[in-house]
Design a binder for this molecule. Sequence first.
Ligand SMILES: [Zn+2]
Length: 376
Amino acid sequence: MQKKKLKPTPFAKKLGTIFIVIILILVTAFGYYLHCKNELKKAGYTPKAITRILKELKKDYALENPNNKTLNKAFESQYYDENNLDYYKQIKYQEQKNIIQNINKLIKKKYSARDISIILAHGNDKSVAELAKKEKIKYLEEFFSYDYAKLENYERYEKYLNETGDDEETTILKVNLNLDKEAYKDPIQVTDKTKNVLVNKHYYLGESYIPDNLTKVPLKYTIAGDGSVKGTKEAVDAAVKMIEAAQKDKLNLLINSGYRSYQEQQEVYDTYLELYGQNYVNNYVTKPGYSEHQTGYGFDFASGNSNVFQQSKEYTWMVNNSYKYGFCYRFKKSKEEMTEISHEAWHFRYVGKKAAQIIYENDLSFEEYYAMYIDK
Ligand SMILES: [Zn+2]
């Protein structure tokens, strides 16, 4: 028996053709989709952003603005707003969780893209969100051209500037250091035991703060000579090197006082209060917990040749050379507004060589150094 060849009917033929065309279209579309995805990937967009870009038909816009982190984040975000695209692309990216949400709010408050970049650079999610709730601020560029200006302090800057007439830079430094507040009021509790620690009438050490590695200053370099003068090992080692260098210059530099515990500072405070009264104490002696002597990094120096340190050769040598050994002139006459301590010619503080050099070369108080370089 002969086999009968099966011939497709015309209808089936047609169906087959349609089927092939559809497959071709799908393959082409899919190929194009992959191509777009690849192009966007090359332009620095993440898969999540790419999905949004293709859905919103923003491929060309995205490709015209490659490797733009803010734009990428906007496309990734549930708060993406098409109307704000031109802002997103101009705003400098910051690693903040709510950046897009906050940008949208700031745009509503009529800040420019440049303003928003400045705001983001000086704040965090919380402080930016707080700012966005308020009226547009007046002195944005004036204050925030300083990289250590803090967004959360803006209102205090404005208030302090108006009250004092200080310049912007001084205002920022003082407010960051809480100098717009009364001495001893709402102090910040400090636990830092490194040479960066700041202690003054606004930065407070608890009663239990005891420095690590307390070491005795060699007896021959102290006035008392009874082993009672101590400091952190790092500071004592540096002080010894400095004293020995001064000796090579035929000077007799000595240490009068170093580490004082909370209780010892209490005794000093009470004694001076009884002897000289409140006014003297306010200027020269800090309350217990507020003395740099409790950190183990501050020392009072003396001269073996003169009773008045400020008139000694040792003093002049210290003013010009102590920074080379990591010490700074802590309570200068010209910095009384920053330190809130009257001039003390004898008190030098160990801060490390790098910091000491910056402080010396720029004529800073340790407070200013702290606000500019440490507490940013
Ligand atoms: Zn002192």
